[in-house]
Design a binder for this molecule. Structure first.
Ligand code: ATP
Ligand code: MG
Length: 392
């Protein structure tokens, strides 16, 4: 049976053109002329994909997408937003409203068909859907500044979630150029890395299982490229795809990313269920946190998606937690204690403290942190109506 596509556009000429293009490719087409009709047709006809113009009478495209997402329960119909607006903010708004992709008019018919095809593959219902285990959560660890302890926290949180809380955990080194999980975990350059994933013709769970490196703690690692120049092999589409696949296998997928707010990292932040912004209490870091929070708020994420983690919280810097919260005008949700010797000797010996010294001050502090994460989002409650992506 051909896929059924709902085309929503109030301009009859555009609607005709889109219908022609899509039918030529063998899809079944249904149409709607305004937002209200689009929503009614979607609920009556259950199309496999929606092409949705933004500027529509009655309800605009954003409102239609939001209404569909609110109503669809366990399903997920792919939505491509057709927009005349080029601004990033508009695109972001479209995606936030629940669109899976967008195209800026005018676009080439072949481009439209390619996007349709890829979304249909990505969201194709699979038989195994019924009774499928819940998907894991993606947690992004983002350092507001270099050297604040992002990697230390991501690695030790991963180990705590697995060893202390019994969760299945994957840890991705998303610091593509200078990832240092190999150093922290005493692994050589000969181990497989994300480069082995992105150079394969398609990304699937079998490939990932083959490339992941099991650390002695039981955490599965996706390592960064062995050298900075191979980092550029990883495109902005790769990490989201990898994370979506990994969350079908693990309760938690943690990713450690550097402070660049480039397209690659933004796509990771988009995919993440929760973003932990790691910081220390000094002025330049506070300035960065403020900028990051502003940028993140432009992206339209829900408030609860972003958490602040104050590392080395009891170190003397002249700025205490209250001052820092005052300067940022928001709460700092998590704190990790300062224990330089414990942290640096773990780093230099390649044995994370959560693995060898879980009972240390630092270990206990990290465990408190991971407990609070796990309490807020127990994996058993995280059933989400999404499908694993296939192919690239
Ligand atoms: N809670 C802590 N107490 C004391 N020292 C810490 C703590 N956390 C991290 N450190 C130390 O801070 C230094 C930087 O840590 P780490 O490499 O984890 O930071 P990062 O933010 O990932 O840095 P980069 O920007 O290089 O990726 C290391 O020497 C580490 O041992
Ligand atoms: Mg780091």
């Amino acid at each position: 049976m051909p896929a059924k596509i709902l085309i929503v556009d109030d301009d009859p000429n555009v609607q005709r053109l889109l219908t022609y293009t899509v039918r030529q490719e063998g899809y079944e087409v249904i149409t709607a002329n305004d937002g209200a009709e689009a929503f009614r047709t979607w609920s009556a006809e259950h199309p496999d994909l929606v092409l949705l113009d933004v500027m529509l009478p009655k309800l605009d495209g954003y409102q239609v997408a939001t209404k569909i997402r609110a109503e669809e329960g366990g399903g997920h119909v792919p939505i491509i937003m057709l927009t005349a607006e080029k601004e990033v903010e508009q695109k972001v708004r479209g995606l936030r409203a629940g669109a899976d992709d967008y195209l800026v008019k005018p676009f080439h018919p072949q481009e439209l068909l390619a996007r349709i095809k890829s979304l249909l593959v990505r969201f194709a219902p699979k038989d195994v859907q019924v009774g499928r285990p819940p998907l894991g959560r993606v947690l992004a660890f983002y350092g507001a500044k270099g050297g604040v302890g992002t990697t230390t926290i991501a690695i030790n949180a991963a180990i705590a979630l697995h060893r202390e809380l019994g969760r299945r955990v994957a840890l991705v080194d998303g610091n593509l150029q200078f990832g240092d999980h190999r150093v922290f975990l005493d692994l050589g350059l000969d181990r497989k890395s994300i480069v082995d994933v992105v150079s394969a013709p398609s990304i699937d769970v079998d490939l990932l299982k083959h490339v992941l490196v099991r650390h002695d703690s039981g955490v599965d690692l996706l390592l960064a490229p062995p050298s900075p120049e191979t980092a550029e092999l990883v495109t902005q589409d790769d990490l989201p795809q990898i994370l979506e696949q990994l969350r079908t296998l693990y309760d938690y997928v943690l990713i450690d990313i550097d402070k660049r707010l480039d397209e690659v990292n933004l796509r990771v932040l988009d995919t993440a269920d929760m973003i932990f912004v790691v910081m220390t209490a000094d002025l330049s870091c506070l300035k960065n946190v403020r900028l990051v929070l502003e940028t993140i708020s432009h992206l339209g994420y829900e408030q609860e998606k972003v958490r602040l983690v104050l590392n080395r919280s009891n170190a003397f810097t002249g700025i205490n937690v209250k001052n820092a919260e005052g300067a940022l005008k928001r709460t700092i949700e998590h704190q990790i204690v300062n224990e330089y010797r414990g942290a640096i000797s773990a780093l230099n010996s390649g044995a994370p403290f959560m693995f060898t010294k879980a009972d240390s001050l630092l270990g206990r502090s990290l465990l408190d942190f991971t407990r609070s994460i796990d309490k807020q989002m127990p994996p058993s409650l995280t059933v989400r109506p999404r499908f694993a992506t296939a192919g690239r």
